[in-house]
Design a protein around this ligand. Structure first.
Ligand code: ZN
Length: 159
């Protein structure tokens, strides 16, 4: 298993050193949410462009530890181009990977197809370090605020 852990460490370092989708988008039209993890001092702002069907663009800016920054990079890569329903599914799968339920509480391990997760699987090891889980989930929880907001707009449009 050492080989796999090395690969995961490399992926996390790569996303930390070469962050994907970093920067900002003009608000509005973009949706913005900010997040802060007081346990570690990680900060993030996430920007999403949504065309009514898909997340057409997503950017993030912020500062923090390597886990929080690489998780933000991996998250933006994972949800870009997705519908809201698909993005929610990805959030759910990521939380399961960290042994969390949808509310972020500790849950029992669930069978996950790591191949389907792609590079996100690299964050699996964080589940062994409870102190770092808030670092890894910061970008995801902040992104969830935007997803919730977009869901409300979709519901409103259907009324
Ligand atoms: Zn952190």
């Amino acid at each position: 298993m050492q080989g796999l852990e090395d690969l995961y460490r490399e992926i996390i370092l790569d996303h930390y050193k070469n962050p994907r989708n970093s920067g900002t988008l003009e608000v509005p039209p973009a949706h913005q949410a900010d997040g802060y993890n007081p346990l570690c001092g990680d900060e993030i702002s996430i920007y999403v462009n949504y065309d009514g069907e898909r997340i057409t663009d997503i950017k993030n800016s912020g500062q923090g530890c390597s886990i929080s920054r690489s998780s933000a990079s991996l998250m933006t890569n994972a949800v870009k181009g997705k519908t809201i329903a698909e993005a929610r599914e990805t959030i759910k799968t990521f939380k399961r990977l960290l042994l969390l339920d949808e509310e972020g509480e500790k849950s029992e391990p669930v069978e996950i197809d790591l191949r389907k997760l792609g590079e996100l699987a690299a964050l699996q090891g964080v589940s062994k370090f409870p102190a770092r889980i808030k670092c890894a989930t910061l970008a995801w929880n902040t992104f969830t605020q935007i997803v919730d907001e977009l869901d409300l707009q979709i519901d409103g449009a259907n009324d």
